[in-house]
Structure formats: C-alpha cells, structure tokens
Design a protein around this ligand. Sequence first.
Ligand code: SF4
Length: 465
Amino acid sequence: MSRAFVELPVVDHAANAARFNADAERTGWHDAALWHVRRKRDQAASAVPEWEALRELASQIKEHTLSRLDEYLVAFEERAAANGVHVHWAADAAEHNRIVHGILELRGVRRMVKSKSMLTEECGLNPYLEARGIEIVDTDLGERIVQLAGEAPSHIVMPAIHVKKEEIGALFHERMGTEAGSTDPQYLTEAARQDLRARFLEADAAVTGVNFAVAETGGFVVVTNEGNADLGAHLAPVHVACMGIEKLIPKAEHLGVFLRLLARSATGQPLSIYTSHFHRPAPGRELHVVLVDNGRSDQLDRADFRASLKCIRCGACMNTCPVYRRSGGHSYGSTIPGPIGSILTPGFDLEKYAALPFASTLCGSCSDVCPVKIDIHQQLFAWRQVAAREGAVSRSKRRMMRLVGRVFGRPAWYRGAGRLARGLLRSLPRRLLYSRGNVWGRSRELPEAPRHSFGDWFDEHRGNR
Ligand code: SF4
C-alpha cells in the first residue's frame, strides 16, 4: 500500500511524486481511473444544454456571497438559532476542535460516527478527539478504508482512490476478519456495511460536514452517495455539523444551481444519491453547527486568490489534472490536494507549500472543468510569483528561472539554445543523456530530436525566407 504523506516542514512534491511513481502499475491505473471519472463528467455536462450558463450563474452567486459574507453569516446564525440550532464560531482549527470536544464531553460521548468532511481533516479532529478518549469511526467507505489503513484521504471525493482492491481485501481481512484473499468489491463492501451498521447503532453522536448552508433559512445540505451522513445524524442524539464559512449561499432557490453542477462535476452522476436538508433538531435531539474560519478570512483579503473560496469541492480539477493523476493525492502533503489545494494551501503557510503552485503544467484544464469557474491556473501562476517574491523558492530554482527567462526573452538566444539542444539530443551517447544530472530523463524517454524547429518549418512554409 502506498505510504501516507510524511509530515515535513516543507512539502517536496517532486520527491513525494517520485515515491508514488516508483509503483508504475499503481500510477497507471490511478491515472486511468481518474481519467474515466473525468470522461463521465464530460458526458454528464454535455447532456445539459445550459451547462455553461449554470457555471456562470454559480460563479456569480458565489462572487456575490463572498462580497457580503459577513452579512450572510450573521443572517445564517440568526435563522439557525431561531430554528433551535446551536451555532458556534471557530477562528481556527484549534478552536474548532475544542468546541467539538466541549460539546461531546458535556454529553458524555465516548463513541462517535463521522461522515466525510474535509474540514475536520483540515482541523485534525480525529487525532484530537482520539487523544481524549473518544472513538471515532469514519463511515464513508473510502474514508473508512484510509482510516483503517492509518492514512490520510488522497482525494476529496474518492478518498481511497489510490488503494488497490487487493490491498483493501488484505486490510479488511486483518481488521474485520473477512475471508483471506477475497478481492470481490461487492463482498468487501457488504462486510464494511455490516461492520459500520453496528457502529451507527452504538454511536452517541454524529459529526458531518456541510456542502451548502443557506443564509435565508438557517438550514444546510449534506450530500452523500452512501446515506451515511443521514443514518449517523438521525440515529445519534447529538449531531454536530462542521462547515467552513465559505460554504454559505444566500437563498434556498440557489441550491438547484449548485446541486446540478456538483454531482455531474464530481462523478458524472446527474445528482448525488442522498441530498439531505437539515433545518432544526428532531424533538429531544441536539443540532450544532460550527462555523470555521481557519485562514479563510485571510484568503478573502487576497484579491488575486479570493475566488478560490468559491470552491464546492467537486474534485473535477483533480480528475483532469495530468500532474495529480500521475503523482497521487498524498504527494501534495496537504488536506486538499491537486490544483485547488495548490492555490488554497500556500495561503496557510507559503514556506511549507511553496512547491505546490509549481506542481502544474499550467495547461488550464482545471479552470475549464471547474463548475464555479475559478481561474485556477491563473492563481497557480500568481502564487508562483508570490513565492519567488517572498523568497520561498530555492536559490537554484530562482537562478534557473532567471536563466530561462533571459533565453526566452531573446529570440536569437532561444533559437540558438534550441539548435544546441537538438544537436546534443542527437549526438550525445545515451549514457550521458540519461545521467543523474538529467532529472527529466530519470523517469521518461526524451523525445527524438527533429532536424529543424517548428519556427524553421513555419518560416519555410510561409515563404518568409
Ligand atoms: S476548484 Fe472547482 S473543480 Fe476544483 S474542486 Fe473546487 S469546484 Fe471542483
């Protein structure tokens, strides 16, 4: 099984990706599986004639919400409180964890079920509560797999996409006593279902994430394919919903826009299987909402990067990204990996995550598929400039960039460098071409050098000579 990312002071995406790439077979099917999901997304999107209009509308609704986020948050709090919901505010991850623990401790909770929530991953809620004697069971199947394996999710929608079914079979055999050697997905899923069912019934509390919260009504929506959030929230006497403050939308009528975009972008489904609306606690139960900032206000302040807060966490930018598909989610060393993670995380800690904006070809495919039209590749480019300006880029990379900049800025140098490279590619012995100094050649075959550049060919055929 691929190893979870090792927490380091500085994320070295290239080194982490090289570890993932060492298993060529895994890299191949990881790439293919995600590309399959990307194609399903394309088919689903092309079946909706007004798809582009929906994207534009969603983008504008989010833009508007972010411009008046403070007002909408207060409106949400007032309506939710009037509905009997306890609303809490957390400035950062530590406060979020303290609040959730406080709620659970007061009610004597010892066992808790949790549906998929990237926010609680971001805040490190599981280890925090486990250290205080509370048992947490992740109930999304993918999350349960990575929890049992002691790993972090590698994708925000498909947390265990990096794990082979043979590995899941071995893991379930060891942890749940399933038949040795069984890799049948249906059998393994049924075993997990039975195991989880007992834990749902035993739980004293349920924690869920929030996909959308509606300022107008004080209600919120949780979307799943497995119904695990509903089962947890409806069986346990206490439901705690944790949400980043950017999850807000102004009105209930806006939900349709986002729900039509979310599932199609995420998995190519017209709609997720369960779309559950929560407004008030059931009689005799408690419902809490924790509104978490944890760096989001700072991101809102950054004009070039505030649009990243429009994200509805569909994962489409990951599925389409050629770098993500071939380097795996753990290589990013952040809770949210892939293109969107690479524009969110430098805002948390530029020094630690400075490598991430460079983990991109800047092909722009992420921006093209994003259902809320975030200019992801532009922001990746902008973060590179910030990282260079702030000295968060290594000296050797800065030197190399300066040199390449000079060559690119002088057509004669550029043509000369091209001629030299083509000549060397043709004449140098393989031993030298693929020496240790050539990092590109370490994991790929270099292209066959053409005799002439495209520019030469173009000039010749345009008759400019
Ligand atoms: S940035 Fe866009 S494509 Fe990526 S997860 Fe967020 S909403 Fe989806």
